[in-house]
Design a protein around this ligand. Structure first.
Ligand code: PMP
Length: 353
């Protein structure tokens, strides 16, 4: 029998991230992590960090990292907000900006954390179907809404849209906050950054988890008008003043200051992505055009779930989503050239049997 207090407990279905494994033999292509190490300057910053500094609370305003990011993007420091990974930043954005009674809009196929936050924060939402080509139509987001959030490039499709698309989305939504989740922007996408001056209701969210190889450090940030950043700060400071720890602040600042390394590793991931896409097509896969560090693929003769299992048996982890429209697709993160060679060899073998 239920105890009376059980009725008072929160019932929620959480977001489930890609499986993590400590087995060094595994080719891990399931969580869109970067296969290259972070900038060597991150290692130097960690080595130089004195534990004595941990006696004190970190800088709640994260001034050093904020300033480094503002400089990197050509913005003012009051246009930058930091959080413990972009999941933290997005969760705070949902609480700060989606307070209307009307539903917020996001695509039916998108980052599956969005509906979880809606459920956690009691935000009504409506999902808008992608078109037949898995693309987002900005005019579908014109009806009155409580806000808009979507990734560009989208995940898990990988498809990226240009500046005209974001402009259209913003012109369709002068009365709501539009959040563009640019988690994968550094792999060839077009950032909405140039539109920040023009649209006070635009919020761009980015992460250091993918393009800066810092998924384990947990750093995400929002770029927006000072008015919106002030609201984010107020919500954060009503919840946890110190989302960013001192070690993270030092290491992340070192990463931002090494632009050459950042560009070089992103370019390498893009090169490997294009090679892998061609090789997968040669094996009969349909590959969606990707501007990210992953590919969404399907094979006419080999069911995705069976391929997922067969790859797993060969210690190659990819991602399979049991979701309408993509339940015969696999999402494959771009690893090193060697890792992709191992994947392709395994697929050749599986498809031959
Ligand atoms: N947005 C999208 C679209 C993502 O795929 C992810 C990664 N799961 C995130 C945000 C969150 O990334 P992080 O919290 O590591 O910054």
């Amino acid at each position: 029998m239920n105890k009376p207090w059980q009725d008072k407990l929160r019932k929620i279905t959480p977001y489930v991230p890609g499986e993590q494994s400590k087995d060094p033999d595994i080719v891990k292509l399931n969580a869109n992590e970067n296969p290259y190490p972070p900038s060597p300057r991150v290692q130097q910053a960690l080595r130089a960090f004195h534990a004595d500094g941990l006696r004190l609370y970190p800088d709640a305003n994260a001034t050093q990292l904020r300033t480094a990011l503002a400089r990197h993007f050509g913005l003012a420091a009051d246009q930058v907000f930091l959080g413990n990974g972009s999941d933290d930043v997005l969760a705070l954005c949902f609480q700060a900006f989606f307070c209307a009674d009307k539903p917020i809009f996001f695509p039916d196929l998108t980052y599956s954390f969005y509906p979880v936050w809606c459920s956690l924060f009691h935000i009504p939402y409506r999902t808008i179907p992608l078109d037949d080509q898995f693309r987002i139509r900005p005019d579908d987001y014109a009806p009155a809404n409580g806000g808009v959030v979507l990734p560009n490039p989208n995940a898990p499709t990988g498809i990226g849209e240009g500046l005209d698309f974001v402009r259209r989305l913003l012109d369709n939504n002068p009365d709501a906050i539009v959040i563009v989740d640019e988690a994968y922007i550094d792999f060839g996408g077009t950032s909405a950054l140039p539109l920040l001056d023009e649209y006070e209701n635009l919020v761009i969210v980015q992460t250091m988890s993918k393009s800066r190889s810092l998924a384990g450090l947990r750093v995400g940030f929002a770029l927006a008008s000072p008015a919106l950043i002030a609201v984010l700060e107020a919500v954060k400071n009503s919840y946890n003043s110190y989302t960013m720890d001192s070690v993270t602040l030092a290491a992340a600042t070192a990463s931002v200051e090494d632009d050459a390394y950042f560009r070089q590793t992103c370019a390498q991931v893009v090169r490997t992505r294009e090679q892998t896409a061609r090789a997968l097509q040669a094996l009969g896969f349909t590959v969606l055009p990707s501007l990210t560090n992953f590919l969404l693929v399907t094979h006419p003769a080999a069911p995705a779930q069976a391929l997922f299992d067969a790859l797993r048996a060969r210690k190659i982890f990819v991602r399979y989503f049991h979701l309408p429209r993509i339940d015969n697709h696999l999402r494959i993160t771009i690893g090193t050239d060697e890792e992709m060679d191992r994947l392709l060899a395994a697929l050749r073998d599986i498809l031959a049997n």
